[in-house]
Design a protein. Structure first.
Length: 628
């Protein structure tokens, strides 16, 4: 499979979005499209689906779109639910229509073979079984069961109607359908938005092993680093290709820029030197010929254009913090948080001056609830929390509900800071990329990223010594995230923030508050250190479980006896499922033997065995799920 655009362009009216598109997707490639917000990334994805958006670019090559094999392209924006009365499982199974069709055909052929047996029918049966295996027929149920669970849906959710899910859940279901349908080219526009770290890690592994091509638009740098092998950058309406992952792209871009700049500067010096010689001697009869040769040498040069500097247009903060807090900033002891007296989590931690604490974990576990409780917006259920001396705190709400949508940027900011002059207001807003007539835009027409910048501008202007930020990087492009990272690294106050962006967390945090399935864990160190700690802890837990098994006289063993039994059952079931899967593989290999391919009776016996084992696997999987 090969999909290629040569010298394409995208225009909206008189505005040029992309002026020269040279873009190629080869089979199994994992490609990232990166660039600042508004650079044309999503427009390019749409043009890959709808080629009518493309026209001839400014390059010398002839404009063309080449598709080998007419590939199926999957794009999330195209996924719709035809019937809201369908269940989640009904929708997911639509992604497996070809496999289910083959399954029905196998059953039909089996029935026919009971009444009639001929070589043609047996061959059709054998070919159908082989196609069924090639298309993942023996593993698709396990695949979608795992995916449903990883995306946060319970076993009961599978049988709920689509109409009963929230808007966000419907988006997740549509995303699952797209992933599991396995198109030849999978187009993903910000796939990690609103996913928690656990789901992002599962998605990473799924996409790394995806058997076909993937094109990703994302601002999640760690996500791109772990998946892609080619990067297209959009900058100044042009596209540049780089080999490797995101980190390799950054390195190559810097090296390329420095090399081109040196070549340009060297050539400019040489042109200046040659012109100087020509100017000095062109009017001297004995040197005129030599002077002309220097000018001709300049004419024969392949002129090197001055490379564009990095597009670094972003926001920055000139932060001041006139009042410092005491050494202990905030302390929480057995603080139970939740809504309407229903506990979600219990938290204990201490935050000291200058410390930067990241709150991570799965969605719905209480991360945002903790921040709202610490701000006093939600009452605690029990336990204690208290602030130290001279703590001045400010809160960033990811929903940004405090914004007056009918107000202009200028009026909204001025209302918060009535003592500032017009010049001071404009200067503050300008640092966050609101300049000229932009400051008179109504907030309701702003993009998500612009609203985030406005809120951050106000928060930093308030000069707090403790910031509580809930998903501040949502809607930000990579350059914006880099800018916020730099601001927060230089910030001398204390910080508590919620984020699913692992790169951002690793760059900023010196401690972690992790909302894990078994409770909330406080860890002193950055994200990489925390992941190593978690891996080591998991290994230690396995060793401890094995040791505990042999200590029947230990009191702790008896106290945890039921839990240990449950874990042993899970391990035993996993082993049985693996053995069953291995048995199916052996049976399928046997079906391919020449002496069996034409023997319907033997083929049916083997298929019946496989069906029986598959039924056993399904039963074991149901028990396995109930024990988790």
């Amino acid at each position: 499979m090969n999909y290629k655009i040569i010298n394409g362009a995208i225009l909206y009216g008189a505005e040029t979005i992309l002026e020269e598109i040279n873009f190629e997707i080869q089979e199994k490639e994992k490609i990232a499209i990166v660039g600042n917000n508004g650079s044309g990334k999503t427009s390019l994805l749409k043009a890959l689906v709808d080629n009518s958006m493309l026209e001839e670019g400014i390059g010398e090559s002839k404009f063309a779109v080449y598709k080998q094999g007419n590939p199926i392209i999957g794009y999330l924006k195209q996924i719709e639910f035809e019937n809201s009365e369908n269940t989640l499982l009904d929708e997911i199974l639509q992604s497996y229509k070809p496999i289910i069709k083959l399954e029905n055909k196998i059953n039909e052929l089996q029935e026919r073979l009971q009444d009639e047996s001929n070589e043609k029918l047996i061959k059709e049966y054998s070919n159908t079984l082989e196609k069924y295996e090639t298309n993942g027929g023996y593993t698709y149920k396990k695949e979608y069961e795992t995916a449903i669970k990883k995306f946060g849906f319970s076993n009961q959710d599978k049988f709920k109607k689509i109409s009963d899910f929230s808007g966000g859940q419907k988006t997740k279901i549509a995303f699952l359908k797209l992933l599991l349908s396995k198109p030849d080219i999978l187009l993903l526009d910000e796939p990690t938005n609103h996913l928690d770290i656990t789901t992002i890690e599962w998605l990473e592994n799924y996409l790394k092993n995806y058997p076909k091509a993937v094109v990703i638009v994302s601002h999640d740098r760690m996500f791109l680093d772990k998946i892609v092998n080619k990067v297209y950058e959009i900058e100044y309406a042009s596209i540049t290709e780089y080999k490797g992952n995101y980190s390799a792209f950054q390195k190559q871009k810097r090296i390329n820029y420095e090399r081109l700049l040196k070549e340009y500067e060297y050539q400019q010096k040489e042109i200046k030197r040659l012109k100087s010689i020509a100017d000095r001697f062109r009017y001297k009869p004995t040197k005129a010929k030599m002077a002309l040769s220097k000018l001709k040498k300049i004419e024969q040069m392949a002129i090197i254009e001055q490379p564009n500097p990095y597009d670094l247009r972003t926001f920055h903060a000139n932060f001041s913090m006139p009042i410092e807090s005491g050494n202990l900033v905030v302390s929480a002891k057995k603080l139970q948080i939740g809504y309407n007296e229903k506990q979600i989590a219990e938290v204990s931690f201490e935050l000291y001056k200058g410390q930067k604490l990241a709150i991570i974990g799965e969605n719905g576990k209480g991360k945002s609830t903790l921040l709202k409780t610490l701000m006093g917006y939600i009452p605690k259920i029990s336990g204690e929390y208290e602030y130290g001396y001279h703590v001045i705190k400010e809160y960033f709400d990811q929903q940004m509900d405090s914004l007056n949508l009918n107000s202009t940027i200028f009026d909204d900011f001025s209302r918060e800071f009535p003592n500032l002059t017009t010049t001071q207001v404009r200067k503050a807003l300008g640092m966050f990329q609101f300049s000229g007539d932009d400051v008179f835009k109504e907030i309701k027409v702003l993009s998500g990223g612009e609203k985030v910048r406005l809120e951050l501008c106000k928060i930093f202007k308030k000069e707090a010594n403790l910031l509580l930020l809930d998903e501040p990087t949502n809607h930000m492009d990579i350059l914006g995230k880099d800018s916020l990272e730099n601001i927060l690294k230089e910030y001398k106050g204390s910080l508590i923030f919620v984020s699913h962006d692992r790169y951002f967390v690793n760059e900023i945090a010196d401690s972690i508050l992790a909302f894990e399935p078994d409770g909330v864990v406080y860890f002193q160190g950055n994200y990489e250190e925390y992941t190593r700690y978690k891996e080591n802890r998991n290994v230690e837990n396995v060793i401890e479980e094995k040791t505990t098994k042999n200590k029947n006289t230990n009191n702790e063993y008896f106290q945890n006896k039921e839990n240990i039994k449950r874990k042993n059952k899970i391990k035993k079931l996993e082993l049985e499922i693996e053995q069953y899967e291995s048995e199916i593989k052996n049976l399928k290999s046997e079906m391919q033997r020449e002496d069996i391919c034409t023997d319907y009776i033997k083929l049916k016996e083997l298929q019946d065995k496989i069906s029986c084992i598959e039924k056993n696997i399904e039963e074991k999987m149901i028990i396995w799920e109930s024990l988790l």
